[in-house]
Design a protein around this ligand. Structure first.
Ligand code: NAD
Ligand code: UDP
Length: 331
């Protein structure tokens, strides 16, 4: 298939491009490089041994997007392009709503106009809000605590309505849990600019000596050891989930959790990191982070039953691969 990957130079997108190319698909990447760089495109080509077509453009620009749809006979779109920093979205909601909602609308419109019937969207477990774990796709969604989360919930609703009204436009909503890790080569991975917001990149920066110690946000949650519990999933498993999704049966709207189904606390993740990499990570316990929930993990059985996809990699590989990538990073 010819697949347009928006945000393909980013963390999850780049791993998915490699997986798509390895599965025999052709890939066209559209990215404005606002949170990535062109070097990643070369790395995708190097890892897969295949060429991709790259457009440096903004997904919110309807004319530019239209040109790409005209130039390529597309079979499907995987839409990763978006802004994702929760704190930043609270400070600057306008940019988040504009970038994330307009981008989704522009692409959906182009799909209808050029008859592209497969659309895979990067959603997030955040749309479940503080529901009872494990989160199941059929649950009623609860309000999220920030504009970023709202852009995901709203994009889901928009795509649902558009698909309902256009039987040839089928949509798969993928709700990711917590993607971590990197390609086993150590060549591509997650390289946040400045101070990392997420736990794993923070831990690897401490391991590298770039940051002094990890601050654990709260030890008084109703969890196994009082620290927050999340469902960490290897980015390579997540990438395979996208290949399964785009190749899957497309009709109407399908929603899948992409998680492992296993909850891990902050302290458990730290222990796994220390075990995998022989590195002790100093930490201190601080106040809870506003907006955080205690428990977040998936019921991952629907994706397994319907897409034949299941996460395979364990916590040790996630920690080992994340650290290998960080060690290779030039600072
Ligand atoms: P990322 O920032 O590494 O990748 C996003 C890519 O999109 C970047 O390369 C960026 O340059 C590009 N981009 C952003 N706005 C754009 C625009 N207007 N036009 C063109 N390109 C644009 O993020 P990621 O971690 O790979 O996340 C990919 C998607 O998955 C995002 O939609 C994110 O919200 C979603 N998601 C991520 C996580 C996570 O923890 N990483 C969890 C759930 C959902
Ligand atoms: N966390 C932490 N210190 C950090 C970053 C995160 O203790 O520097 C905790 C956070 O409170 C949550 C878990 O680690 O319980 C995962 O946080 P992350 O930001 O990676 O993912 P999200 O909260 O978006 O699921």
């Amino acid at each position: 298939m010819n697949i347009l990957v928006t945000g393909g130079a980013g963390y999850i997108g780049s791993h998915t491009c490699v997986a798509l190319l390895e599965a025999g698909h052709s890939v066209i990447v559209l990215d404005n490089l606002s949170n990535s760089n062109y070097e990643v495109i070369n790395k995708i080509q190097h890892l897969s041994g295949k060429e991709i077509t790259f457009y440096e453009m903004d997904v919110t620009d309807p004319l530019a997007v239209s040109r790409v749809f005209q130039r390529h006979e597309l079979d499907g779109v995987i839409h990763f392009a978006g802004l994702k920093a929760v704190g930043e979205s609270v400070e600057n909601p306008l940019i988040y709503y504009k970038n994330n909602l307009v981008g989704t609308l522009v692409l959906a419109e182009a799909c209808l106009k050029y008859h592209v019937g497969r659309f895979v969207f990067s959603s997030s477990a955040t749309v479940y809000g503080d529901n009872q774990v494990p989160f199941v796709e059929s649950m009623e969604l609860l309000p999220t605590t920030n504009p970023y989360g709202e852009t995901k919930a709203m994009s889901e609703r928009m795509l649902l309505d558009i698909s309902k009204a256009n039987s040839d436009f089928a949509v798969t909503l993928l709700r990711y849990f917590n993607p971590v890790g990197a390609h086993e080569s150590g060549i591509i991975g997650e390289a946040p600019d400045g101070m990392p917001n997420n736990l794993m990149p923070y831990i690897t920066k401490v391991a590298k000596g770039k940051l002094k110690l990890l601050r654990i946000f709260g030890k008084d949650y109703p969890t196994v050891d009082g620290t927050g519990v999340r469902d960490y999933i290897h980015v390579l498993d997540l990438a395979d989930g996208h290949v399964a999704a785009i190749e899957g049966l497309f009709k109407g709207v399908n929603i899948y959790n992409l998680g492992t189904g296993k909850g891990t606390s902050v302290l458990e993740l730290l222990k796994a990191f220390e075990q995998a990499n022989n590195h002790v990570i100093p930490y201190e316990i601080v106040e809870r982070r506003p907006g955080d929930i205690a428990l977040c993990y998936a019921n991952a059985s629907k994706a397994e039953q319907e897409l034949g996809w299941k996460a395979k990699r364990d916590l040790i590989s996630m920690c080992r691969d994340a650290w290998r990538f960080e060690k290779n990073l030039k600072d």
